[in-house]
Design a protein around this ligand. Sequence first.
Ligand SMILES: Nc1nc2c(ncn2[C@@H]2O[C@H](COP(=O)(O)OP(=O)(O)OP(=O)(O)O)[C@@H](O)[C@H]2O)c(=O)[nH]1
Ligand SMILES: [Mg+2]
Ligand SMILES: [Zn+2]
Length: 355
Amino acid sequence: MIDQYGWSESLQRDFAPYAAQGYAPARVTAQHRGHYVIATDDGPLQGRMSGRLAQDAAQGGYPVVGDWVAQTPRPEDGSATIHAVLPRRTVFSRKAADTLHTLQVIAANMDVAFVVASMNADLNDRRLERYLAAAWQSGATPVVVLTKADLSPDPAAALAAVQAMAVGVDVVAVSALNGEGVADLAARLAPGQTGVLLGSSGVGKSTLVNALAGADLMATGGIREDDARGRHTTSHRELFLLPGGALILDTPGLRELGLMDADEGLSSTFEDIEALALECRFSDCGHNKEPGCAVRAAIDSGTLDPERWRSFVKLGRELSHLDRKEDRVAREAERKRWIAISKAQKSHRKPRAWD
Ligand SMILES: Nc1nc2c(ncn2[C@@H]2O[C@H](COP(=O)(O)OP(=O)(O)OP(=O)(O)O)[C@@H](O)[C@H]2O)c(=O)[nH]1
Ligand SMILES: [Mg+2]
Ligand SMILES: [Zn+2]
């Protein structure tokens, strides 16, 4: 059973210490409020974290969909206890929308990150750049998917425009309505490989899951007439096994994608600008009014879109601003953890249900 979910020999090696403790491997396939669904050799089980994992998991250390975990199965009542998360091969994360700006892990162990945008009125290069930076940073291979080709008056032109901006990334146009591009998309995942669909609400992620699966696995929703935005139809993350043997993860449309720890992702996304900057006369060029600035020259000659340059500067600032804040955040998280621990000790509380 877990073989179908991408279990491999190298995972088997990582798992050895857990096997020695009598645990069994499983992959997290869905995350709901309060519990997980995990794929195990005993079939799908409802998994809950052990008390120790719930307490000890540091920021970003809780299981997420795509994770491989060590668990104790209880097939007789369909449940399981999750004890540990195996090291992740790739991680898609964002800056959480909470006040502490902690790291929120959205998906783990993805091979391909499909950045999904719609060819309708809402197509936005700046948002795509943000998603691409996060996708590159995840370690998975980014692919841009432009949906609703049937709604575009000139899908080829829309494709070309995004291709020019998405340096080094494949861009695929699809229509779930007439099936165009769906087979091309499916071919990008080999059996046992995992892809994640990322993008704003209403771009058609769940519709694509259904098209790839050839079945109505996920509910889909309409979009608002006035601004073409989605209605946040999907509310949980779920990993599906496709007929060809690949795995696809549907996610709820993100309202915000704050970047965190994404310096490398930013460099990959803006490879063209990084290459230009190497040609500036001064190695510490600020790309303002310096003589011999290759970036300014490219903007003046029209080869670099000034909006793209502004986007690069803005995202870069977002990251350096965070660097300074990070220490403060880490200290605060540690302080809260200690308050929680000392409270627990004082109250001599009874073990929780899942202990
Ligand atoms: N014309 C057309 N409409 C599409 C296509 N794909 C999706 N839609 C429509 O777009 C709307 C939103 O699709 P969903 O699949 O629910 O979008 P989503 O990205 O999953 O949205 P959230 O779950 O809210 O994040 C639905 O009304 C779909 O029928 C397409 O290729 N062509
Ligand atoms: Mg959806
Ligand atoms: Zn310069």
